[in-house]
Design a protein around this ligand. Structure first.
Ligand code: TEU
Ligand code: CA
Length: 546
């Protein structure tokens, strides 16, 4: 496959509101991020996915943009944004801006103009429909954030589409002028020296509204290819599209080398397997390793050398990795390191979500008033009105609510985890006193140094980047193991995803294998045998000698 500069890079996702507050207003900001660039350089990452910092009324914490080319006052100034790009690049770190163009904020000038008159030149930047015969919404499409996906505009007697909050009107990608405006904005950002884009719900921009086809519409890949050719395709940029609907076949359409679309996509099969068929994320199913293995094997095999996987446990919309896939109690450290090794030894680009590198956990606020996320707050109200109990909904929010990932980054054991000298916009997880960067830096055997080692391995061992993936011990209910092969080289990766002490029988052809242990969360293993006694959550990667 054609090699790319970013193939051995690791991405670190920053949710700016919660990363570091520099001015005591309780809200993270750009100056705070700049103050932590040395920390990120020490971790060894090369790319930062920066969640939105653009001007926004913050209805959805910045995923509702009112000016794509100015910075929200609470995050700082454009001068600070340009300083961040510059100072990151001095550390060989490139910024991926978050491109949110399925919708704007209702305070964007385009939408304000569209509301003023049906003759506005921006009216058909959005999606308007007449009421249904009964005067209600044009159809029964539901918003992801609760309620109808249509909002009524009194002045014109029409409804506009909003797949997310009613303050996030969907853009009309059937309108070529929308393409022109978005492409021009993207090129101005590329001219500022960014490294590329993360693309919010990119699978939704080709929607066929009247057929209620919202994801994977017929024009989707044409629109992305057009965007590629008009903007980032002119350089060696990194682009990752968020595609909740993507199958492996879709992912090849987005990311195959010859497609001139994106570098890779985020797919969510390993996330959705926790979601209940009826109640979705609000009734969480237990983690079943067999299902997880099947999903990872499917994706590793399908993309192989033809596309490129993104690899992630969490992001700003998802629960914390160690709480979801590992153990947040007795084996928090061991399981967090195992999850790091497992992810970073797969084929694709690993994403570290802020705080994952120190094993931050989910939060369990006791009242709904402590939560901030519009999705949780809206669905709490809607589901309780529908008869769901407070306790059931709080259990769902504790398991899968987005604020799990949005509590302040835990820098040290000072008040508010060293995130702010003021009152944080959302309360810090009380466990910051034990779980924080300062403690991790001081502990040679911490999750943090384990992550630093994983990031470095990717630069040292091409087999981690380009090695083929072949699952082994496929039927084992607690162990997820595989081989990476590149030419004559073989890397064996073994992960005990359970809290059990296990006797692992080794396949006969592998029993004499030995070599260099690249990484382990217990004593290094440099040789196999007839069987191995695995510790709880033990994981290791063994580069097999000839
Ligand atoms: O998320 C898309 C999205 O669909 C998720 O919000 C998902 O539906 C939800 O978390 C599952 O319950 C993107 C952004 O990542 C998210 O933060 C925004 O809220 C959303 O789009 C709208 O921009
Ligand atoms: Ca601040």
């Amino acid at each position: 496959m054609e090699k790319k500069w970013w193939h051995n890079a690791v991405v670190y996702q920053i949710y700016p509101r919660s990363f570091m507050d520099s001015n005591g207003d309780g809200i993270g900001d750009l100056a705070g991020i700049i103050s932590k660039l040395d920390y990120l350089q020490q971790l060894g990452i090369n790319l930062i996915w920066l969640s939105p910092v653009y001007r926004s009324p913050m209805d959805d914490n910045g995923y509702d943009i009112s000016d794509y080319e100015d910075i929200a006052a609470e995050f700082g100034t454009m001068a600070e944004m340009e300083a961040l790009i510059r100072q990151a690049k001095q550390r060989d770190i490139h910024i991926l801006m978050d491109l949110v163009v399925n919708h704007t904020s209702d305070e964007h000038p385009w939408f304000i103009s569209a509301l003023e008159s049906q003759d506005s030149p921006y009216r058909d930047f959005y999606i308007w429909r007449k009421p249904a015969a009964d005067g209600g919404p044009p159809n029964n499409f539901r918003s992801y954030f609760g309620g109808s996906g249509w909002a009524y505009d009194e002045a014109s007697g029409e409804y506009y589409l909003h797949q997310f909050s009613k303050r996030q009107p969907d853009l009309n990608w059937d309108n070529p002028r929308v393409h022109e405006e978005v492409h021009a904005m993207m090129n101005r950002w590329l001219d500022k020296g960014i490294g590329g884009f993360r693309m919010d719900v990119i699978d939704l921009i080709g929607k066929e509204v009247d057929k209620q086809i919202m994801a994977n519409g017929k024009n989707l890949h044409m629109l992305i290819r057009q965007m590629n050719r008009a903007t980032f395709g002119k350089g060696d940029y990194v682009t990752v599209g968020e595609a909740w609907s993507a199958s492996p076949q879709d992912a090849l359409l987005y990311s195959a080398n010859d497609r001139e679309e994106l570098s890779m996509v985020f797919q969510f099969d390993h996330i959705k397997q926790f979601w209940d068929e009826q109640a979705g994320k609000w009734r969480s199913k237990p983690f079943v390793l067999a299902n997880f293995k099947a999903v990872i094997e499917k994706w590793q095999t399908a993309l192989a050398d033809r596309g490129w996987n993104s690899l992630f446990w969490s992001n700003h919309d998802l629960p914390r990795a160690v709480s979801k896939f590992g153990d947040e109690g007795e084996f928090r450290e061991a399981s967090a390191k195992m999850l790091g090794t497992a992810l970073h030894c797969l084929k694709g680009t690993p994403y570290i979500y802020q705080g994952e590198e120190i094993g931050m956990t989910n939060v369990r606020y006791t009242t709904i008033e402590e939560y901030r996320d519009i999705e949780s707050l809206n669905l709490y109200r809607e589901r309780l009105a529908g008869g769901v109990s407070h306790d059931e909904m709080m259990t769902g929010i504790h398991a899968n609510g987005r604020d799990n990932a949005r509590t302040p980054m835990q820098w040290d054991d000072s008040p508010n985890a060293g995130f702010t000298t003021g009152i944080p916009w959302i309360a810090a997880n009380p466990n910051y006193r034990e779980i924080n960067v300062a403690a991790a830096l001081a502990e040679p055997d911490s999750i943090l140094w384990h992550y630093q080692k994983l990031v470095a391995l990717r630069k040292q061992y091409p087999i981690l980047v380009y090695g083929n993936f072949r699952p082994i011990l496929k039927e084992h209910p607690q162990v997820f193991a595989w081989l990476r092969t590149l030419g004559e080289e073989r890397l064996l990766v073994v992960n005990n995803f359970s809290r059990e002490h296990l006797t692992l029988d080794i396949p006969e052809e592998m029993q004499a294998w030995h070599g260099e242990c690249l990484v382990s969360n217990y004593a290094p293993r440099d040789a196999l045998a007839v069987s191995l006694e695995l510790q709880p959550y033990e994981s290791f990667a063994l580069l097999i000698g000839r």
